[in-house]
Design a protein around this ligand. Sequence first.
Ligand SMILES: *Cc1c(COP(=O)(O)O)cnc(C)c1O
Length: 378
Amino acid sequence: MKKSKIWLSSPHMGGEELKYIREAFDTNWIAPLGPNVSGFEKDLEEYNGHGCRVACLSSGTAAIHLALILSGVKRGDEVLCQSFTFSATANPIIYQGAKPIFIDSESDTWNMCPNHLEIAIKDKIAKGIKPKAIIVVHLYGMPAKIDKIQEISRKYNITLIEDAAEALGSTYKGRRCGTFGDFGVLSFNGNKIITTSGGGALVCQDEIVKKKAIFLSTQARDKAPHYQHSEIGFNYRMSNILAGIGRGQMEVLDKHIQLRRDNNKFYQDIFSNIEAINVFRELNDNYFSNHWLTCIEVKESIGKVSKEDIRLSLLEENIESRPLWKPMHLQPVFQKFDFYGEKVSEDLFKKGLCLPSGSNLTDEDRKRIQDVITKLIK
Ligand SMILES: *Cc1c(COP(=O)(O)O)cnc(C)c1O
């Protein structure tokens, strides 16, 4: 009999989600507005703190798109973007007819390298094109060096967008990821730390910007009894049903972060005696990662065992693992755009693997994973 599948990261309901959905049915708020949407927004605003405002949307990708529009990014503009990420970070730059400029990562946080960012800005300004925005990512839940990046964005007066789609609950120097930039982006896709099955949110700094984001996400209707439009709008608002799932998930968010962090500890222990494998973790106490996914870097093959051998052996036991994100500057669709950096993200892609990290992993799951690994690496 085939063993049950162990996923990289699968939805994990807390139990109260159905209560909020039932409320939506009982009150007939089956629409992209209603009390769950505003309730979920309030929950997220309180959770993230720092007076931030949150607009719930249909996806994290929609949130990045609106952040670019609200940053004034237009056709022909250039946007500085972390190369080591999921394609959804960069795609909205193209939706706007703008050009991404990819920036390499640094080896300690795996996120945007502040030095290469500044080199790119100086080079672009010298060539007479000042980039319009910076998109930094907190990949796998690990905070980027966001204070340095923020300093650069202020020095050159360029809008900062933080893609915190994988980093809800992570903090840098005690402050939540997504609240540093002019805009922050959250995702509640099925595999993220909390899920609404699909959904996202835009984090911003004040109520006026939030109102504008909601206006754009609901087809940009002017104030009039008839339908009147002076701007192009989008159908990007979150549904009240899905927001109900989000409200239930907020009740278990901190518990789920602890469980993901426990998974990271589990992998640290398994690999503690293996020099060639580095389990990705925080640099120091300034960083608090939600450890959405735990990743390993296989620096050199262990005896005859390569990174791909680990992946295939897990797969044989019906356990999912996955190579790290392939950098955007190496993607066929983005290859023609500028890249500033070296080979940090390229190397990580070659050497890295994401391991099962769900908050719903059982002791039995962990035992199955450990057995495969210890059998392979002896
Ligand atoms: C998931 C993800 C997104 C996109 O979020 P969706 O809600 O799936 O649109 C953007 N950036 C990163 C880094 C992600 O992991």
